[in-house]
Unconditional design. Structure first.
Length: 258
């Protein structure tokens, strides 16, 4: 990302905060009224995508110290951030990937390499319709280890293949610790959490406030104590330690009751 990114000076929809020289970046007023430069907004949105989120919000702080949080459409981000062709390709590929995986449970069938959707969340044994129609020797696979199904079914925990474990749960229990540098009084906490509402894996960039929005269920929760934002804010604030302390590593993944 270059600090020399510039908006189109002929774009009449751009509102300048001040009149700058032609060779300087524009400070642009966004739809919410806050300002940003192309470089700073690009960096912020890339960090949002890195966290596994697919919705952009204004990162500016309001006078009360809380984040603005106003929704920014991709169209506005693309224009204000003056995204390059390569950046647009990166953004759009990531947005499609996140959106699809947020809406559906999809994996690549190990037999025919086509993508299949999990139909029953209470059963790890799944049948691939393509493999079944092609009369392949194996058409039942384990959703967890992606090997031919072994053992009785249905099962929700594992199949009987050696080493079949829940990789998501294993990741939650072994991920490194991280520091939320902008939140005072908080010790290092796990760098990956499962959303307490739907179980989606989420990561924090380590900067800004402790709250994060799950891109699947769109519930905002505290990355530290794992309470929903409204509950956490009753005894804490955006940049202060939680009254209940740091939630330990999760030993189970919440199931989403849609």
């Amino acid at each position: 990302m270059s600090d020399e990114k510039k908006n189109d000076p002929l774009d009449a929809t751009m509102k300048k905060e001040t009149q700058e020289e032609e060779d300087e970046d524009l400070v642009v007023v966004m739809s919410c009224g806050h300002t940003a430069t192309p470089g700073s907004l690009t960096g912020w949105c890339l960090s949002v995508l890195k966290q596994g989120q697919c919705k952009f919000t204004c990162p500016a702080l309001k006078p009360d110290g809380n984040q603005c949080g106003a929704a920014l459409s991709y169209r506005e981000v693309r224009r204000v951030a003056a995204l390059t062709v390569d950046e647009m390709k990166l953004f759009e590929e990531r947005l499609v990937h996140l959106t699809v995986h947020a809406m559906f449970q999809i994996k690549e069938c190990p037999g025919c390499r086509t993508y299949v959707e999990r139909q029953n969340e209470d059963n790890l044994c799944f049948s691939c319709p393509i493999c079944e129609e092609s009369n392949r020797p194996s058409h039942q696979f384990c959703w967890q280890c992606l090997r031919p199904w072994k053992g009785p079914a249905p099962r929700v925990d594992r199949c009987e293949n050696p080493g079949c474990v829940d990789s998501d749960l294993q990741l939650l229990q072994t991920c490194h610790l991280m520091v939320l540098s902008d939140v005072s009084g908080v010790e290092p906490c796990p760098s990956i959490r499962a959303c307490p509402t739907c179980g989606m894996k989420v990561e924090h960039t380590g900067t800004c406030c402790k709250y994060i929005i799950c891109h699947r269920c769109e519930v905002e929760f505290c990355f530290v104590c794992l309470k929903v934002k409204q509950q956490c804010l009753q005894t804490s604030s955006y940049y202060r330690a939680c009254s209940s302390g740091i939630a330990p590593r999760q030993t189970s993944i919440p199931k989403w009751n849609k």
